[in-house]
Design a protein around this ligand. Sequence first.
Ligand code: NAD
Ligand code: UDX
Length: 458
Amino acid sequence: MGFAKDILCIGAGYVGGPTMAMIAARCPHYKVTVVDINHARIAAWQSDQLPIYEPGLDEVVRQARGRNLFFSTQVEQGIRDADIIFVSVNTPTKTFGQGAGRAADLQYWEKTARQILEHADRNKIVVEKSTLPVRTAEAMERILNANTKNIRFEVLSNPEFLAEGSAITDLEAPDRVLIGSKETPEGITARRAIVDIYANWVPRENIIESNVWSSELSKLAANAFLAQRISSINAISALCEKTEADVDEVAYAIGKDSRIGPKFLKASVGFGGSCFKKDILNLVYICHSYGLGEVAAYWESVVKINEWQESRFVRTILESMFNTVAGKRIALLGFAFKANTGDTRESPAIYIARGLAEERAEVVVTDPQALANARDDLTDMGDRVHFESDPYTAAEGAHALAILTEWDVYRQLDYARIFASMEQPAFLFDGRNILDHQRLFELGFNVFPIGKAALKHF
Ligand code: NAD
Ligand code: UDX
C-alpha cells in the first residue's frame, strides 16, 4: 500500500518513541519510521520489551508497528525516503567549554542536521521536536540551506509538551500542539503539512500556529513556569514546618483561586526529570547572553530553591536521627523522578542517596521500575548502596524509610508489618506527602512529612 507521506523521526528516546507511535496509530495513511544510532534501543523498540516504561505505550506501539510504524538504525535511508523529518535527539546541558553547566549542548542536533544535508536528495521539512534554545532554527536553516544540491529545507519548531508517566494520555489529548514556522509562503505551506498530521486527532482549536521563535521560546518558558510553581510551594513548605501551617492545606487554599489553579502545587523533595533543570539553565544562559542579568537571576533562583529543598531533606533526616546515620540502614522507597516511569534522570533520589551514603548510612534502594537505572546512577558507590526489588525486604532492619517517589504501591504497603521488622525508634520521612501520617504515628513511627509539623514520640 502506498502511503500519503513518509515521516521520519531521528531519535528513539522518551519523546521520539511515544510521539511517533501516537502519530502512526492515529494516521494509518502516513508511514512513520523512527531511527536511532543506538542499536540496543532500536532492538528493544522492535521487541515486546520496549526500552521505556510508560503506561499505555505497549498498546499504541502494538497497534501500528509493522503496519505503518517502523523502528530502524538505517538513518541515511530514512533521510532519503522522508518528506518530513522530526528531530528528537537529546539536547543535554553542556558540560564543557563556554556555557558549561548552563547552555544546551547542540552537538547531537548539529550532527543530525549535517547528516540530513549529506543524504537528502530533495526538498524536506525538518521539524525541531527536541527542546532547543530560541533561534536555533535559524542556525539549522543556515547549515541546511548552505548546500549546492539545489535543495530547500524548511525548518519548523514543534516542541513536545508530554510529561513522562502520562505520555500516552498527554499525546492523545494534548492541551495544545504548538507549530512555529517562518511567515513566508514556503514556511506557511510547511506549517500546514504539520498541522495536517495532528488534525487527524487533535481538535483544530488546540493546534496553535506561531512564528518559529515564539514556538521555541514557549517551550522553555512553559517548563520554567511549571518548575517555578514547584519551587514556590517548596519554599512555602519550609515556612510551614516552622509555623505549624500545613503545606497541603495552604496549596489547596491558594489553588482554589481560579487565577492560580490547583496543579503543580504539590510540595515535594524536589523536582527532577531530564527537562526542568536543563531547560531553565538554558533559559538563564540565553538571558545572560542578551545582557538580561536580572531576568537570568530570577529564573536561576527556581533551580537554587530546588537544590536547597533536596539538601534540606537530607539535613532533616540527619538531624532528626540524633545527628548521625553512620551504620544505620535507610530504605529509600522510590528512585524514579516521579511515579509511573523508570526514568531517573536528575531524580532527587540520586542526590539523597549520595548524601546519606556520604554520612556513612547503609542505603537500600527500592523502586518498581527504576532499579536498573538506579544501579547505573550509583555505580560508583560500590557496596555503600544496595538494591532491592521488594519494599518489605528493603525495610527489614532499617532505622528509617524515606519515600522519594509517589508510586501508588507505597500508599498500600502494610506499614504495621514494616514497623515490626524495623530497628527502633523507627523513622519515616515522607518526601512526597502521600501517606496517612497520623496513622503511621499511631503505629509507632516518628513521622517527618514535607511542609507539616513532624509527629514524634520523643
Ligand atoms: P533521549 O535521550 O531519551 O533520546 C534521544 C535519542 O536520540 C537517543 O536514543 C540517542 O541515541 C538518539 N540520537 C542522538 N544523536 C543521534 C543521531 N545523530 N542520529 C540518530 N539518533 C541520535 O531524550 P528524550 O528524553 O527523548 O528527549 C529528546 C528531546 O526532547 C530533548 O531535547 C528533550 O529536552 C525534549 N523533551 C523531552 C521530554 C521528556 O519528557 N523526556 C519532554 C519534552 C521534550
Ligand atoms: C515536564 C513537563 O511537565 C512537560 O510538559 C515537559 O514536556 C517535560 O517536562 P516531566 O519532567 O516528564 O514533564 O514530569 P512532570 O510531571 O512535569 O514532573 C517533573 C518533576 O516535578 C517530577 O520530579 C515531579 O515529581 C515534580 N513535581 C511535579 C512536584 O514536585 N510537584 C508537583 O506539583 C508536580
